[in-house]
Structure formats: structure tokens, C-alpha cells
Design a protein around this ligand. Sequence first.
Ligand code: ATP
Ligand code: MG
Length: 245
Amino acid sequence: MIPKSHPRYESLLLRDKMVKASKEGYLADSALIAHGRGEAFDYLIGEKTTYPAKRAMYVAVAALLLSNNPVISVNGNATALAIDEIIEFANAINAKIEINLFYKTNERVKIITKLYEDHGYRNILGGLDDDIEYINDIENNRASASKNGIYTADTILIPLEDGDRAEILKKSGKNILTIDLNPLSRTSKMSDVSIMDNIVRAIPFMTQIANDLKTQDKKILVELVNEFDNEENLKESLEQIKVKE
Ligand code: ATP
Ligand code: MG
């Protein structure tokens, strides 16, 4: 048990979740390393949600609410850290959830499918018997997508995504939103909206935003999306990283 008074309490809890998920067999070998990279950036922003991240979250939620077929892409890390929060958010914005693994194995897809079912979500896409297509005919796991999900989606939220896959999705003309603690990653740079925040803080906050924006006029959502400049917002995000004490 980690005492609540420990200065790294929250961070250690997340590590525990990752270790547990790793033991349960649904994380890729490099998943813990990816988590560590995220942790380092989180440390540098004081493990708090910054203003540019909040602004990006409003825009991302507006874009999701305005789209016809929004999909949330999940991998092992996102599932390990925020499964219930992701399900709640998907329900709040009427989005589908699709499993997408960079290092895909049937075993990991099976475990993750069952986890979502056990947590009360029955319609997960990207499962073993789903119809899979290849984006732009790139016959590679990085381009695989569910026919009723990412393949036909107009807006996709890709938290903790790898740059290669983000690039394929971006090139296919879709609206790409990401949650990524590293504002310098290729995924952050390539996305239309990049939220520099920890997924465990971002998703619940986005559910709150969704409940607020859902009652607003559509015109306001369109304005939010149109006035946003991701490059500028990423610059501001980067300025939040403090290297001095
Ligand atoms: P890219 O391929 O986009 O250049 P990368 O190779 O640095 O990025 P990947 O391992 O491909 O990194 O993707 C994982 C990304 O997820 C990293 O940028 C990391 O900072 C981020 N990340 C890890 N844990 C979290 C978390 N809990 N919340 C948000 N982002 C996270
Ligand atoms: Mg990468």
C-alpha cells in the first residue's frame, strides 16, 4: 500500500495499474517505457492540467459532438489507466470505442475485449470477429481499422498513439485529436487538436465539458473549432514545461 501522504502518490498508483496490466498480459513489451516517457513530461508540467490543455479539450469535445461518426481509439495503456472513464466519455458524446494495438496480437485483443465487457461496455469495435479494412490499402497493422469504426469515422480521438499510425490516419483525411503528454511527439505535431495532459485527468474533464457543451448552440461549437490554432496552442503547451526550480 502506498501511503496517501507520499509526494508521488498519484503517480505511483498509475505505475501499479500499469504493472498489473502488464501481468494480466495485455500490454506490449514497450508499454511501460511509453508510460515512463509520459511520466517524465507530466513531472515537468507539475502533474496538473494546464490552460492550453483545457482549451484544446474544449475544442476536441466540440469537434467530437459535431461529427457524424466519432470514434475513440484505445490501446493497452489507455485501457489500463482509464477504462471506466473512457466508457463514460464515449457514452456522453455518443462515440464508438475501437481497440487498436500497434503491436497487435490476438491474445491481447481478446483480453482487452473482455475487459470492456466486464466493465459494462458491450459494443467494442476492433475485436477478433470484427470486419477489418486497411486505410488507403496499406496492408499493415498500423493501417488496420474496423469497417464501422475508424475506417469510416470522420473524427477520431487517439490518446497515447504512435506517430506512424497517426500519420496514416491524418493522411486519410480524418480529423485527428490526441491526448499526449509529449507536445514534441510526431502524434502531437500531426494532430488537428493536441491535448498535452495525462489521460487520467483529461478524459474525466472532457466528460464534464461534454455535458456542458451538449446544451449549447451548435454555432458555438463550430466557432470553438474554427478559431483554434493547434500549432499556436502546442507552442503555449511547450512553454508550460518548467525546467527551472
Ligand atoms: P511519436 O511516435 O508520436 O513520435 P513516441 O514514439 O515518443 O511518439 P509512443 O510510444 O509512440 O511515443 O507513444 C506514446 C505517447 O504517449 C508518448 O508521446 C508519451 O509521452 C505519451 N503518454 C504516455 N503515457 C501517457 C499518459 N498517461 N497520458 C498521456 N500521454 C501519455
Ligand atoms: Mg512512436
